[in-house]
Design a protein around this ligand. Structure first.
Ligand SMILES: [Ca+2]
Ligand SMILES: [Ca+2]
Length: 163
């Protein structure tokens, strides 16, 4: 058998050698591409998180509106929505006197967007008042998880000259 194979024509040896070389080249290139392919397809993206950039804001009664920033990290390939609403504390939206305008709605982050702003009007009244505060809260995040802080406190400094 060996003797028979050894007598094979030269072109058989050429074809066999070519096949061996091609197989080796294929194996080497596949091994070198493997880590790169892994890098391009890492573990599935972690769920983006939506939260306030700061947990507290302070504003003068006459310096409104207050602008609150909401962050989405990381950017999502899909739309992300989150609801927001103000909630009375010692500062109230309806009362005598009212201190701010109740604000609620839904933020929509388009794919790739990472920041949104919420604008809340502060009411400049003529009453002498102590420092008061209310909160703004995020809820019902869709396409992202709710991160921390998901609530922030807005403190209003009175600007009347109290007796
Ligand atoms: Ca005032
Ligand atoms: Ca006042």
């Amino acid at each position: 058998m060996v003797r028979h194979f050894a007598k094979a024509p030269w072109w058989v040896w050429s074809v066999v050698s070519l096949c061996v070389i091609c197989s080796l080249l294929f194996a080497v290139s596949a091994l070198s591409l493997w880590p790169r392919a892994e890098a391009q397809h890492p573990n599935p993206d972690p769920q983006p998180t939506v939260y306030f950039i700061a947990s507290s804001y302070t504003i003068g009664e006459a310096d409104g509106p207050v602008i609150i920033t909401v962050v989405l990290r990381a950017a999502s390939a899909h739309p992300v929505t989150v609801d927001y609403a103000t909630r009375d504390g010692t500062a109230v939206a309806v009362g005598c006197p009212p201190d701010y305008e109740h604000t609620e709605g839904t933020l929509i982050f388009a794919p790739g967007e990472t920041t949104k702003s919420i604008v809340i009007n502060i009411i400049d009244n003529k009453y002498c008042e102590p420092t008061e505060s209310f909160t703004l809260e995020l809820s019902n995040a869709q396409g992202a998880s709710l991160g921390s802080p998901s609530g922030c406190t807005i403190t209003i400094l009175d600007d009347e000259a109290c007796p």
